[in-house]
Ligand binder design. Structure first.
Ligand code: SF4
Ligand code: SF4
Length: 368
């Protein structure tokens, strides 16, 4: 007996696949499946989060529809994966945000942007808000640095706490003992696998999307998005160090490290999300959990808007539009932070944890 119908279906498929084993070279899911004879809910959630949704096992399967076995591993694991995000959400009271996630994220983002615009209008003198400010500290004419650091620091710490609590729930569900943090080798292997998206390549030929011709498009756009995000995060960290260690205040010159990192990351966050959106639009619906398209699109758009509003602010920061543009950008970034534990962002976290477990399992079974 399983907790949900989709886990029961996943169990049926894994039992079929465990007899067939044709796809064992395609990704990590099938070797992990072969280490088991029976599947608990936790095992199935682990396999679901290990799947990178490349679609290869559907394209290659001799038992996919219209065969009576009706085997569709990518879609079944995608639905189970989406369900698991809500199940691990912390606090539990907010798991409902995953139900109509696209709407929820849009409403929260709109509220955050409105709050920053209203806040700027209420607490900043009109002359200052629409004035031209240049040089170090220009942004803080709109909002004191300490208030900005406090607000965003609190949002970021809350997101980290909620994500860690989610990981704790996932780790318990998949039946792992506490103490994996001592296994540095498995974590390093998972970092490498995640960093190169090793299992989003259909076993080496590429990802299946709108037809039977595999390509690396989704992998490339995902890389642009992921590394773009990391570069933007690095830009924020460097700017924080500049502020507190070197007493150098933003905004910085275009050639300065935080701006260079942010610009490179921002380019990735413009091109990557657009490519992912296009791929999603074209994707064969048979491979995807269509009920959660809103969740995927909302997260992709949040990343895109973070970059877009950042670029517009960078270009127009020495004009009278700087104040309203800063409010817009901060509103989007704040919304991105507080919604990270309640949207598609979590897929990267749980997939990474699943990769750590996979690396551990392989080591324990003597496969590496
Ligand atoms: S997806 Fe199909 S071909 Fe692949 S292992 Fe399962 S049953 Fe076999
Ligand atoms: S969709 Fe790709 S990653 Fe997922 S189980 Fe199938 S082959 Fe593996």
């Amino acid at each position: 007996m399983h907790g949900t119908k989709i886990l029961t279906e996943a169990d049926r498929l894994m039992t079929v696949c465990n007899s067939c084993r044709y796809c064992e070279g395609l990704c990590a899911v099938f070797p992990a499946m072969e280490m088991r004879r029976a599947f608990s809910d936790g095992d199935l959630n682990y396999l679901a989060n290990l799947c990178h949704s490349c679609g290869a096992c559907y394209s290659d399967c001799q038992f996919s529809p219209p065969h009576e076995f009706d085997v569709n591993v990518p879609k079944t694991l995608a639905i189970a994966r989406g369900d698991s995000y809500a199940a691990y959400a912390w606090p539990r009271a907010l798991s409902g945000l995953f139900a109509r996630n696209g709407v929820a994220i849009s409403v929260i983002a709109a509220f955050c942007v409105a709050a920053f615009i209203v806040g700027f209008a209420a607490f900043t003198d009109r002359q200052v808000l629409y004035g031209i400010h240049t040089g170090p500290g220009a942004f803080y004419a709109m909002m004191p640095h300490n208030a900005m650091a406090l607000l965003f620091g609190a949002a970021f710490l809350y997101a980290i706490l909620a994500l860690l609590m989610g990981v704790r729930a996932f780790w318990r569900d998949i039946g792992e003992p506490v103490g994996m943090t001592t296994d540095v080798g498995s974590i390093w292997q998972a970092i490498r696998d995640a960093g190169e998206l090793r299992y989003l390549d259909g076993g080496g030929v590429g990802c299946f999307n709108e037809d039977d011709k595999p390509t690396d498009r989704r992998k490339i756009y995902h890389h642009l998005t992921f590394y773009g995000f990391l570069l933007c995060f690095a830009a924020t960290c460097v700017a924080t160090l500049y502020h507190y260690l070197l007493a150098r205040e933003a905004p910085y010159a275009w050639w300065d490290l935080p701006v260079v990192l942010g610009t490179l990351g921002g380019i990735g966050l413009l091109i990557g999300p657009l490519g992912l959106l296009a791929a999603k639009w074209q994707r064969d619906p048979v491979l995807a959990d269509q009920a959660r398209t809103g969740m995927d699109v909302a997260f992709i758009l949040m990343l895109f808007l973070t970059s877009l509003t950042g670029f517009v602010l960078l270009l127009l920061r020495e004009t009278a539009a700087m104040g309203p543009l800063l409010a817009l950008h901060l509103g989007v970034v704040f919304a991105l932070f507080i919604t990270m534990p309640y949207g598609k962002f979590v897929h990267g976290i749980y997939r990474f944890v699943a990769l750590v477990r996979y690396a551990r399992e392989r080591k324990m079974m003597g496969h590496v």
